[in-house]
Design a protein around this ligand. Structure first.
Ligand code: DGL
Length: 226
C-alpha cells in the first residue's frame, strides 16, 4: 500500500483487522508529499513510482491508500500492472444512502476534487446536495501535528468554521481520518463516513478471487519511506 504520507496508516489498521494474516508493505511517499496540490500528471508519475517500488519489494496486490492518487491514477495503474489494485474513494454511497440524508459535505484535497473520476462519482447521486470542502494545506497540517491531539482538534475546528451544515460528512482523504473524532464533535449528531472498511473488504474479495489470500501468514508490516 502507498500514500503520500501517514494518511494510509488509517487504512492499514483497518486492513490488519480484516486480514490479520496478511503481510503488509507500506510506502509513504514523504519526499513528494503532499499530493493534493499537484497536477494530475505529477500524481500519476508518483502513483506509478510507488506501485513499481512495492512490486519490486514483492507485493502481490496494490492498495492506493490515498484518495488523491486514486482519483488521478488508478486507471493508469490498472492498465499497467496485472494484479489486484484497490483504490480509496470518498464513501459517498453509504453517506448518500443513509436515512434522511439530503445534503453531504465531502472533505477532500483540491487535486482529488478536480479529477473527472470524482465528478463522475458525485453524478451518481443527483438527488443529494453534495458540497465540497477542499483545503490545500490540510493533509500537510495533519501530518505535522500527528502526535498532538490538541493541535489536531484546533486545526479541525478552524477548518470547519463556516463550513455548511449538512446531513452527513465524508472524509475523502485518508489523512482526514485522524480528525474523525473532532469532526464528529464539531458537527455533533451528523454521521461521518470514511472509505477504509470498504477498501479492506474489496482487498479481501479480490485476493480471494485470485486465490491469493494468505491464511498462514504472521501479519508482518514493513515500512518504506520514499
Ligand atoms: N492522503 C491523501 C488522500 O487520501 C493525500 C493527501 C495529500 O498528500 O495531499 O487524498
Amino acid at each position: 500500500m502507498f500514500d503520500s504520507g501517514v494518511g494510509g496508516l488509517t487504512t492499514l489498521e483497518t486492513l490488519q483487522q480484516l486480514l490479520p494474516q496478511e503481510n503488509f508493505l507500506y510506502a509513504a511517499d514523504f519526499s513528494h508529499a503532499p499530493y493534493g496540490t499537484k497536477s494530475r500528471d505529477e500524481i500519476i508519475v508518483r502513483a506509478e513510482a510507488c506501485a513499481m517500488r512495492l512490486i519490486a519489494e514483492g507485493a502481490k496486490a496494490i492498495v492506493a491508500a490515498c484518495n488523491t492518487a486514486t482519483a488521478a491514477g488508478i486507471e493508469t495503474l490498472r492498465a499497467q500492472f496485472d494484479m489486484p489494485i484497490v483504490g480509496a474513494e470518498p464513501a459517498l454511497k453509504p453517506a448518500c444512502e443513509a436515512p434522511n440524508v439530503r445534503s453531504v459535505l465531502v472533505m477532500l484535497t483540491p487535486a482529488a476534487a478536480a479529477q473527472p473520476k470524482f465528478r463522475a462519482l458525485t453524478a451518481e447521486f443527483p438527488n443529494v446536495d453534495i458540497r465540497l470542502l477542499t483545503v490545500p494545506t490540510l493533509a500537510a497540517d495533519v501530518e505535522s501535528r500527528i502526535h498532538d491531539r490538541d493541535a489536531l482538534r484546533a486545526l479541525t475546528f478552524r477548518t470547519l468554521e463556516g463550513a455548511p451544515r449538512c446531513d452527513a460528512v465524508v472524509l475523502g482523504c485518508t489523512h482526514y481520518v485522524y480528525l474523525r473524532a473532532f469532526v464528529e464533535e464539531f458537527f455533533e449528531t451528523v454521521p461521518v463516513f470514511d472509505g477504509n472498511v470498504g477498501i479492506a473488504r474489496r482487498v479481501r474479495t479480490l485476493l480471494d478471487r485470485r486465490a491469493l489470500l494468505n491464511d498462514d501468514g504472521r501479519g508482518r508490516v514493513r515500512f518504506l519511506a520514499l
